[in-house]
Design a protein around this ligand. Structure first.
Ligand code: FMN
Length: 361
C-alpha cells in the first residue's frame, strides 16, 4: 500500500500486523462462536439504499446535536478499555483526536490513563463510562469524580454483569489490565477465571452488581446532575424502562458481540428501541453503515474497534483519519442518495428485500 489505508477494514489489516496477537484478538474477537460478530456485518450488508435524483445536494451537511453538543457528523467514540495497547499516548491521543475532529469521546472506566489525565488533555466534550457496583458508595464516588473532572454525561454500561466466554482470549490466557482509575480501592482481588474474559478487569468485574434492577438506574439518575445514557440496550421494553428511569439516551449495543453470542446485531433491534427513547448504535465500519443507522432512527453512531486500529497504525493522526474517512464516506453516501441533511434521512431511504431485517422493520 503506497498511500496508506483508505478504509476502516484496511486500518484493521495493518493494525493486525502491528499488534501482538493476544492484543489484536482481544480487540477484534467476540463471544462464543462469534455468530453475532458475523451477523453485525451481515446485517449492515443486507440493507439496501434507495437513492433519489435531482435533489439539491450542493451543500451536504451531516451535523447534528447530541445531549446539547453540536457535532459535525453523527459519529462518536465508544467507551473501550486500555487504548495503551494500541499506542503509548493511549487515551490522550484519543481525546485529542476526538477534539480535533469536533466529536465526543466516551472514556472507558478501564482506561490506561486516569479520568483526570484524559480530561486534562480534552479539547471537546467528554463522557464517562460507569458500571453499577454492588456498593452504591463506590458507584457514586466514580460518578462524582467524573463530574468534578469535567465529564458531561454518564454512560452506564449494563451488559457485562456476566463475564463472557471469549474463546480467543481463553486460548491466549488474556485478562484485561487494571486501570489506574481504581487505584487505592480496597480489596481488589485479582480473580482469575480461566474460562472467561471481560472488558472489566477481573477484580473490578467481581464488584459489578448482579442483583441490580431498574430501580438502581432510577436511583443513580436522581443522584447526579449529569445526563445518564444507558448502554447495552437490545429490546424496546428496556429502552422504555431506561427512559422511565430517567435516562436521556440509550446506546443500542450488544457490546460489540463480545457478551451474548447468538443475539441480534444492534442495527436489527434499533427501530424497536428508538420508538421508546433516542438511541445511538455501534458496529459501523462504513459511512453508509452510519447512514443506515440514522435512517433506522439512531441519533448517532459510536465506534469501538476502529479506534484501536487507527491508534495502532498512526496514533492520534491515525485515529483522526479513521474518523474522517467515516465522515467523508457518510457525506458521500448522503449526496448520492439525495439526502443533504440528517433531517432528510428517514426509513424511506432503505430498500426492502432483506431477510435479516424485514421481519423487524
Ligand atoms: C477492546 C474493547 C474494549 C471495550 N471495553 C469496554 C468498556 O470498558 N466499557 C464498555 O461499556 N464497553 C466496552 N467495549 C464495547 C464498546 O463500547 C462497543 O460497544 C463495541 O466495541 C461497539 O462495536 P464495534 O467495536 O464493532 O464498533 C469494548 C470494546 C472493545 C472492542
Amino acid at each position: 500500500m503506497t498511500q496508506g489505508p483508505i478504509n476502516v477494514f484496511e486500518y484493521e489489516a495493518l493494525a493486525r500486523e502491528r499488534l501482538p496477537k493476544h492484543e489484536y484478538d482481544f480487540v477484534a474477537g467476540g463471544a462464543g462462536d462469534e455468530i453475532t460478530l458475523g451477523r453485525t456485518r451481515t446485517a449492515f450488508d443486507s440493507i439496501t439504499l434507495r437513492p433519489s435524483m435531482l435533489v439539491d445536494i450542493s451543500q451536504v451537511d451531516a451535523s447534528t446535536t447530541v445531549l446539547g453538543h453540536a457535532i459535525p457528523f453523527p459519529i462518536m467514540l465508544d467507551p473501550a478499555g486500555w487504548h495503551g495497547r494500541s499506542h503509548p499516548d493511549a487515551e490522550r491521543a484519543t481525546v485529542r483526536a476526538a477534539g480535533a475532529e469536533g466529536t465526543v469521546m466516551t472514556l472507558s472506566s478501564g482506561s490506561t490513563l486516569t479520568m483526570e489525565q484524559v480530561a486534562g488533555a480534552a479539547a471537546g466534550p467528554i463522557w464517562w463510562q460507569q458500571y453499577l457496583f454492588e456498593d452504591r458508595g463506590r458507584t457514586l464516588e466514580m460518578v462524582n469524580r467524573a463530574r468534578e473532572a469535567g465529564y458531561s454525561a454518564i454512560v452506564l454500561t449494563l451488559d457485562i454483569t456476566v463475564s463472557a466466554k471469549r474463546e480467543r482470549d481463553v486460548h491466549n490466557g488474556y485478562a484485561a489490565p487494571m486501570s489506574p482509575n481504581y487505584a487505592g480501592w480496597p480489596k481488589l482481588e485479582w480473580l482469575v477465571d480461566d474460562l472467561t474474559s471481560s472488558d472489566a478487569p477481573a477484580g473490578v468485574g467481581s464488584m459489578i452488581s448482579r442483583s441490580a434492577t431498574w430501580s438502581e438506574v432510577e436511583w443513580l439518575a436522581g443522584q447526579t446532575a449529569l445526563p445518564l445514557v444507558v448502554k447495552g440496550i437490545m429490546a424496546g421494553e428496556d429502552g422504555k424502562a431506561s427512559a422511565e428511569c430517567g435516562a436521556k439516551a440509550v446506546v443500542v449495543s450488544n457490546h460489540g458481540a463480545r457478551q451474548l453470542d447468538t443475539t441480534f446485531a444492534s442495527i436489527e433491534v434499533l427501530p424497536e428501541v428508538v420508538e421508546q427513547v433516542a438511541g445511538r448504535i455501534g458496529g459501523a465500519r462504513r459511512g453508509a453503515d452510519v447512514l443506515m443507522a440514522v435512517a433506522r432512527g439512531a441519533g448517532a453512531v459510536l465506534i469501538g474497534r476502529p479506534m484501536f486500529w487507527g491508534l495502532a497504525v498512526d496514533g492520534l493522526a491515525g485515529l483522526r483519519r479513521v474518523i474522517r474517512i467515516l465522515a467523508d464516506e457518510l457525506r458521500m453516501a448522503m449526496g448520492m442518495c439525495g439526502r443533504p441533511t440528517l433531517e432528510t434521512v428517514d426509513a424511506s431511504l432503505l430498500g426492502g428485500g432483506s431477510p435479516l431485517i424485514s421481519g423487524l422493520a
